[in-house]
Design a binder for this molecule. Structure first.
Ligand code: SF4
Length: 286
C-alpha cells in the first residue's frame, strides 16, 4: 500500500514498513530464462522504483508499506463476511486492483507472473487464471498487458512517495547496512523484513506542520487499533499468534516514542519545499 492509502485507512489496517529485495524471483518469474530485453526492462523499472547502494552490495532494495495482521486469521481486515471488499466503493488499494499482475515487475514479464501464479501452491484451487481470453477478463493479450491502468497507478504512487519518505528512509539505513545484509541472508531471496511505520511517518511529518498533524492523528489511531487487535488475539488464545502480538506491541511502542517526538514543542518541519502543497494533497493533509 502507499502511505496515502494507509493514512486514509488508518482505522482498518495496521501499517508496517517492509524491506526486501527486487522481486524477480517471485511468482515464478525466473523459472524461465531472462533475455537481455527482460533484464533491461527490470533494470529500468528498478531505477525508477527501488534503491541500491554499494553498502548493500549489488541487490536492489525494495521499500514498500503493507497492512499487517495475524496470518492465523487468513483474511484481509477489509474483507466483509459476504466475501466482498468493504473498500470497493470508496477506493481499494491500488495493489488490490493490480492483482494478479505484479506491478513491481515490468509489463513484459506479466505473462510469466500469471503462469507462475497459476502453478503455485499458494494459488492452488483458486482456478481463477485461465489461458484462454474468452474465459474471463483478458489480462495479457499477445504478450502485452491488456489494461495497464492499475500497474501504472501503483508504480506512480511508489515513485511519487520516493520524495516523501522512501529516499529518506533508505538513506537512514546506511548505518545499519551490515545488519540488514545479514538479515537478508537469513531470510532467503524473496523474504522481507517488517518494521514499524515510524521511519516513513517521521520523514513525511517533516514536510510541513499539516503533514505532522496528520501523522500524529494517524499514530493515535494506530495505537488504538493495535490495542484492539491484540486484545482480540489474546481472546483467541492461539500459540501461533504470539510472535505477531510481540511485533504489534513493538510497533505500538515505536509509535508512542514517535508521537512524543512529533508533539514536542520544539519540533519544526524541514525548510519549506516547493512541492509541499502537492504532497499535502496526496496524503490528505491539505
Ligand atoms: S480487495 Fe481484498 S485484499 Fe484488497 S482491501 Fe479489499 S478485501 Fe482487502
Amino acid at each position: 500500500m502507499s502511505l496515502a492509502e494507509l493514512l486514509r485507512h488508518g482505522e482498518r489496517f495496521v501499517g508496517c514498513l517492509a524491506i526486501g529485495r527486487q522481486p524477480v524471483r517471485r511468482a515464478g518469474a525466473v523459472e524461465h530464462a531472462l533475455d537481455a530485453a527482460d533484464t533491461a526492462a527490470i533494470d529500468e523499472l528498478s531505477q525508477a522504483l527501488f534503491h541500491r547502494s554499494a553498502a548493500f552490495g549489488s541487490d536492489w532494495i525494495v521499500l514498500t508499506l503493507q497492512g499487517y495482521d495475524y496470518p492465523s486469521l487468513g483474511r484481509c481486515p477489509a474483507l466483509a463476511d459476504d466475501g466482498r471488499c468493504m473498500l470497493h466503493e470508496t477506493g481499494k488499494p491500488a495493489m488490490c486492483a493490480a492483482v494478479p499482475l505484479e506491478p513491481l515487475l515490468p509489463d513484459r514479464l506479466q505473462m510469466r507472473v500469471l503462469e507462475g501464479r497459476r502453478e503455485s501452491a499458494q494459488w492452488l484451487g483458486a482456478d481463477c487464471i485461465r489461458r484462454k481470453a474468452e474465459e474471463g477478463v483478458p489480462l495479457v493479450l499477445e504478450g502485452r498487458v491488456a489494461d495497464a491502468g492499475a500497474l501504472v497507478r501503483f508504480r506512480g504512487a511508489l515513485a511519487f512517495e520516493r520524495g516523501i519518505w522512501r529516499d529518506a528512509v533508505f538513506a537512514s539505513f546506511h548505518e545499519a547496512a551490515a545488519d540488514l545484509r545479514g538479515a537478508f541472508a537469513r531470510l532467503g531471496a524473496d523474504g522481507h523484513l517488517t518494521v514499524s511505520l515510524v521511519p516513513a511517518l517521521t520523514a513525511a511529518a517533516r514536510v510541513s506542520s499539516r503533514c505532522r498533524e496528520l501523522c500524529v492523528a494517524y499514530i493515535d489511531n494506530q495505537i488504538a487499533l493495535i490495542e484492539r487487535t491484540v486484545e482480540a488475539a489474546i481472546a483467541r488464545r492461539r500459540l501461533d499468534d504470539r510472535p505477531v502480538t510481540r511485533e504489534l506491541r513493538g510497533f505500538a511502542q515505536a509509535y508512542a516514542g514517535a508521537r512524543e517526538l512529533l508533539a514536542a514543542p520544539g519540533w519544526r518541519p524541514d525548510a519549506a519545499r516547493a512541492d509541499t502543497p502537492e504532497i499535502e494533497a496526496w496524503l490528505g493533509a491539505a
